[in-house]
Design a protein around this ligand. Sequence first.
Ligand code: ZN
Length: 341
Amino acid sequence: MRKGTVLFAVVLSICLSAWGCDDDSTSAGIGQADADTDADTDTDGDADSDSDTGAGLVVVSPEDGEHYWRLEPVTFAGHTPGALEVFADDTWLLGGADEAGDFEFTYTFHGVGARSISFVVDGSVELEITVNIDELKARVCLEPGHPSSVGDKLYEAIINRKVAFYMEDMLRDAGYEVLNVVDDIGYEEIFDDDFDNEGAAEQALLQVKSLAARVADCNDWPADYFISIHHNAVDNPNPNYTLTLYGQDPSYVPWFPGAPDWASYTTDRLLDAMEVTHGIATGDRSFLGFSLYVLRNTNMIGILTEGSFYSNPAERERLNDNDYLYGEADAIFQGFIDFVE
Ligand SMILES: [Zn+2]
């Protein structure tokens, strides 16, 4: 859920001194109080949107100190005892109301930082609050690969999930919104000391979710970036390189112009973090001869990482070490940060 959406539902009242509120810091909104109507007014400080007392300025939102994402509309709402003007930094008129009554308008802030907001009723400042406009962080969709059919690549599916869980934490800590499109195994469960990546019981927890459903989740959200997480395997036990693919198609090469850079940053980071022989960053069609479903059908820029080869016995042993997977996740995360920031 996006920051701010929940807080719109929180009712903030501006206490009137006539109500006996204790907090002087929020008691600026005294309008033309009418003693006859006080009996109809909540005395616990809760603003009543149906109140017709006209007793004073009541601001339901925004709340003092509230945070919003840049470009997220801020809704100003409440009740005013007179003509209302709302200013940012004392000079910048955001909106208001021509006469007493309920008011509501929205305003979209473009810059970032703390903004002093003044509510001016009939020419005098009745209330000042601060709203904080935060940098808009992007939405990242994580797609840990497999199983697309039962019995297929179950070991890989588990280590893909572990890497995705670590990345989810890293991205959230950095302020990004994250959607992980699989939820068959919980974080606590998969990182339990007794969890066996190779175990039949553990692998039985995996649930099929089609590529179409995974892609739809990212598109419907909608995400700004897409990362598909995989590990590689071949019949030969020797190969162990890291590979990052981006979408590529004859009609539009590459699929997104920035994707080769992103893939290349990611490969560089993976090469540093993992015990692999070399790294490759390339378009899916050039490398595979076809384009990957998840890169072709997601509507946002994306990459698919094949961290290393679990068909290489020494590498498979390393992949069973969660610290090693954490390092891999950090590499993919750093590659993303290299690209976007
Ligand atoms: Zn895979």
